[in-house]
Design a protein around this ligand. Structure first.
Ligand code: ADP
Length: 518
């Protein structure tokens, strides 16, 4: 441990003392170009003395240039056969595989999540890229009988057009890939805007696209703020589709702007996910699931297990084990392989999470069973570290049980029955993920049927989605779309129904039909 720490400190010091931080450029029309605006430093959330690089704080003019490039490239890309488009994606997948380790280290450094999880994030981008590339030889439409003789009916997918992809910082490569790859395989051209805190991972992804031979203008990267670039993309008349993963608040702003100009809008927003732990559950397994779900990525996942709804018969036993496990988690720089929980993303996040910890104790009156501190001393002095925090004796109506905290904080809520657990689990504004721990198949199916969420797990945590299944949520989590799986193709393509009349005469549907029965 001491040795690994020393090596890490040496590396960090070297990075700090090294050359002036690299300046990164936007990628527009197949070229790396400077912004017409300013540059902003991006720093490691585990050690803010470590400058990762200088990234563009781009302008509306930069965004407009990227949109113009995407518009110019659209026809060429749209008319490139999908299997050819997919060949380039397969090549992107190979490059991502080749450089996985570097991307993983970059991600831990810019975002904070521990190396193992950053590797998982990159792997998800690889999986998504290969899976989506496979769609190049499918992109299935369908045929169906026509109601008239000598007439053929079919349905095909066509690209939407120019897409604006706006992504968050918590899955810095996986989420951009979930949007970028299906957009490309369907024949769209894109402008992607990563979150301000994590531009490097998207830069790496776009670099891989460039190396793989994506034609100029098909993928454009503009880095900068949501209020400038995000807003410009959302309001630009040429952008036909906005795909956003972010907060519910931003989602509402983006949805209204898209509604104003009749643009397509796909949203993936917050969650307040519950694990239900029944009295017949394997408690040790449930504790492991809860720890992983609540404190993985420092709780900064939209699928984080932020509510643990526990049958009263096992409430004490579960809570005790949970607290013991939470207290044993090692907090620190995610680049140290021994660390379990990395920092949170930035100082705003610290403030927000600490304010909820305060609300939990004072306003709500729950019991702070462990954690709750912002760590600022010693090794933690230069990062954003918050202890894994467990509140017990939480009631379903408390703010900490209703609102998304997006940090290493979870609430344990006691209940008397499965039915009560289901009511509590459903009793929030979100509907992303839920889980049940039970040995009883009837209870498991009952819960699966009654939980109004987009994702459901049995005897597993609320996190762990795979790329070939649809991902998304109900209620305040989304707006009816699903990413991943083949369902994502319905976001990035539009259906065209095609009728071919080979009768050689006018046949009027609904009018000239010969009745089978008079
Ligand atoms: P988070 O709380 O996870 O940071 P945000 O919703 O603030 O979520 O950010 C998600 C993405 O949306 C980021 O890329 C951010 O820059 C962008 N964004 C923020 N505000 C807007 C906006 N008004 N219009 C478009 N995009 C925005």
């Amino acid at each position: 441990m001491a040795q690994a720490k020393k090596a890490l400190a040496k590396k960090t010091k070297k990075a700090r003392a090294g050359k002036r931080a690299q300046t990164y450029l936007n990628y527009i029309d197949g070229r790396w170009v400077p912004t017409s605006g300013e540059y902003a430093e991006n720093r490691n959330p585990a050690d803010t003395r470590d400058v990762i690089g200088r990234f563009p704080h781009s302008t509306e003019a930069d965004t407009d240039e990227a949109i113009a490039a995407a518009a110019r490239a659209f026809n060429g890309w749209r008319l490139t056969p999908a299997p050819r488009r997919a060949e380039i994606l397969f090549r992107v997948g190979e490059i991502l595989m080749r450089d996985k380790e570097k991307y993983t280290r970059d991600m831990t450094r810019e975002m904070g999540k521990v190396l193992k999880e950053a590797g998982g994030d990159v792997q998800e981008a690889i999986d998504c890229t290969y899976y989506t590339a496979g769609e190049g030889r499918r992109l299935h439409g369908f045929t169906t009988p026509a109601e008239m003789p000598d007439k053929f009916a079919m349905c095909v997918r066509q690209p939407v057009g120019l897409c604006g992809l706006i992504t968050p910082w918590n899955f810095p490569m996986a989420i951009p890939s979930w949007k970028l790859m299906p957009a490309l395989v369907c024949g769209n051209t894109v402008v992607i805007k990563p979150a301000e805190d994590t531009p490097l991972s998207t830069y790496n992804l776009v670099k891989a696209c460039e190396e793989a031979g994506i034609p100029p203008g098909v993928v454009n990267l503009v880095m900068g703020s949501g209020s400038t670039i995000g807003k410009r993309l959302t309001n630009h008349p040429s952008i036909r589709l906005i795909s956003l993963t972010g907060s519910t608040e931003t989602g509402r702003i983006v949805a209204s702007a898209c509604a104003e100009r009749n643009a397509i809008c796909s949203l993936e927003m917050g969650g307040k996910n519950a694990i239900m732990i029944m009295d017949d559950a394997d408690i040790d397994n449930a504790v492991e699931g809860a720890i992983w779900g609540a404190f993985g990525t420092s709780g900064q996942r939209c699928t984080a297990s932020s509510r643990l709804i526990v049958h009263k018969k096992v409430y004490k036993q579960f809570s005790k084990k949970l607290v013991e496990r939470a207290q044993a988690l090692r907090i620190g720089n995610g680049a140290d392989p021994k660390v379990d929980v990395g920092p949170v993303i930035n100082s705003d996040a610290v403030e927000k999470i600490m304010s909820y910890i305060d609300i939990g104790q004072n306003e709500d009156g729950a019991t702070l069973a462990c954690g709750g501190r912002h760590l600022t001393k010693g090794d933690y002095a230069h990062g954003y570290f918050i202890e894994p925090t467990v509140f017990t004796d939480v009631t379903p109506d408390m703010r900490i049980a209703q609102e998304e905290i997006f940090g290493p904080v979870t609430c344990v809520i006691p209940v008397n029955s499965l039915d009560e657990a289901i009511d509590v689990a459903n009793g929030v504004q979100y509907g992303l993920s839920a889980a049940i721990y039970t040995q009883d198949v009837n209870r498991a199916f009952h819960a699966m049927n009654d939980l109004y969420t987009g994702i459901f797990y049995v005897n597993a945590s609320t996190i762990g989605a795979e790329v070939h299944l649809p991902f998304g949520g109900t209620k305040g989590t989304g707006n009816g779309h699903r990413e991943a799986g083949t369902q994502v193709l319905d976001i990035f393509s539009e259906w065209k129904s095609v009728y071919v009349d080979y009768s050689g005469k006018l046949q009027r549907a609904q009018i000239d039909n010969k009745k089978a029965i008079d």
